[in-house]
Design a protein around this ligand. Structure first.
Ligand SMILES: Nc1ncnc2c1ncn2[C@@H]1O[C@H](COP(=O)(O)OP(=O)(O)OP(=O)(O)O)[C@@H](O)[C@H]1O
Ligand SMILES: [Mg+2]
Length: 376
């Protein structure tokens, strides 16, 4: 198995030719609009540094204004040959054909000599990564209802990808992380970056491929098996939820050598330990019992997603529906008065009933998640 370490963010990507990477767009049934390199140069002031909004492992992202006044984001893939082409193809092959309110809309593309550019809807509030770790002056930390709404939205977007149908293949994203969840002006989540995505044929549960993704988000089973499954995305999504709760990166220096965010949270036992693990600005809200219960519940869902054995993890559809119900519970008055609402997850993994009086009473490494019994 060969893989290369990209410049930034500890990203792993395949360096082999195993996925038939010769460049052609013939594979795409439906392509978004093709936009000329000349128009994109004009829209970005000749790719001026003043318009750069982000710089990732595969290229630079610019804010651009098209001739008709529309503001878009233009990602100029670095000219790293094969890998750039593969990212470009994967993005067009997957995102080009998808439409969902929680996926970033791909509006167009440009393939001109060695240049590969992708044009997306511009999402004004940038990435969750920025809001958790790189806030600029004037950016207040995200409050709890917003974080829960983002997690719910991202889960719905990923669940949609995983759900193939007669018209299209299921899709495994393979690079779910906080910098790939973008936020619009209403802070609705949009999953982005399909450069590592793979299509799953009907009737198949996995795709044979190389190890790829970003260190800290790669599920343990990928380190010794050359295939990707939807449960790999579920693991990465669990890490994202833990970050939104704790504001700690998965491989933060805070964690002792050989441990990381997942192992750390799995080791938390008491309600007080969990409270102390929360992002400081969430901790301040813990007097509001209903919100604290939601946080603990989300921690339990995240831990379920991060279980070592993929078969013990929930499907993305289950996660999305749990988060949807968790979000509605407070809105509909499930907590409000500070009492503990009934946990959404109330059986242990062998199917035995567990306490339903307070979700925080169950250890987070034993998230008691087999079936959902609470209706909102
Ligand atoms: N459609 C968009 N609208 C607004 N900002 C965007 C958009 N797409 C990307 N960005 C910004 O550009 C940043 C860099 O994105 P990019 O995907 O290139 O790198 P990354 O996600 O940080 O790392 P990686 O290359 O590993 O995915 C994002 O974190 C986000 O802040
Ligand atoms: Mg990205």
């Amino acid at each position: 198995m060969y893989f290369a370490l990209a410049r930034r963010r500890h990203k792993l990507y395949s360096n082999t030719d195993r996925d038939n990477a010769s460049f052609s767009l013939a594979f795409c049934e439906k392509l978004p609009e093709q936009i000329s390199a000349r128009k994109l140069a004009a829209a970005t002031d000749n790719f001026s540094g003043d318009n750069v909004v982000g710089d990732g492992g595969f290229g630079v992202v610019y804010r651009a204004v098209l001739e008709n006044g529309q503001v878009v984001a233009v990602k100029k893939l670095s000219s790293c040959g094969l890998q750039g082409d593969r990212e470009f193809r994967a993005e067009l092959q997957t995102l080009g054909e998808l439409k969902h309110k929680n996926l970033v809309p791909l509006l167009g593309y440009c393939s001109d000599n060695n240049d590969r550019l992708l044009i997306y809807k511009y999402l004004k509030n940038g990435s969750v990564d920025t809001w958790l770790y790189c806030r600029e002056p004037g950016m207040k930390p995200l409050d709890w209802p917003t974080r829960l709404r983002i997690a719910r939205g991202a889960a719905q977007g990923i669940a949609y990808l995983h759900q193939g149908c007669e018209q299209r293949h299921a899709i495994i994203h393979r690079d779910i992380k906080v910098s790939n969840i973008l936020l619009d002006e209403e802070f609705e989540a949009h999953v982005a970056d399909f450069g590592l995505a793979r299509l799953v044929n009907a009737g198949e549960t996995h795709v044979s491929t190389d190890v790829a993704g970003t260190i800290g988000y790669i599920p343990p089973e990928y380190s010794h098996k050359c295939f990707a499954t939807p449960k790999g995305d579920v693991y990465s999504f669990g890490v994202v939820c833990l970050e939104m709760l704790t504001a700690k990166r998965p491989t933060d220096q805070f964690f002792r050598k050989n441990t990381g965010l997942v192992a750390w949270v799995l080791g938390l036992r008491s309600g007080e330990e969990k409270r102390m693990a929360l992002d400081e600005c969430l901790r301040e809200r813990c007097e509001h019992g209903a919100e604290f219960d939601q946080m603990v519940e989300m921690m339990r869902i995240a831990c379920w997603c991060c279980r070592d054995a993929p078969s013990k993890r929930p499907s993305m559809q289950e996660v999305a529906s749990l988060l949807e119900r968790l979000e509605k519970r407070v809105v509909l008055g499930g907590g409000g008065g500070g009492g503990s609402p009934t946990p959404l997850l109330e059986r242990d993994r062998d199917g035995r009933s567990s306490s339903t009086s307070s979700s925080s009473s169950a250890p987070v490494d034993d998230p008691c998640v087999v079936e959902l019994t609470t209706t909102v």
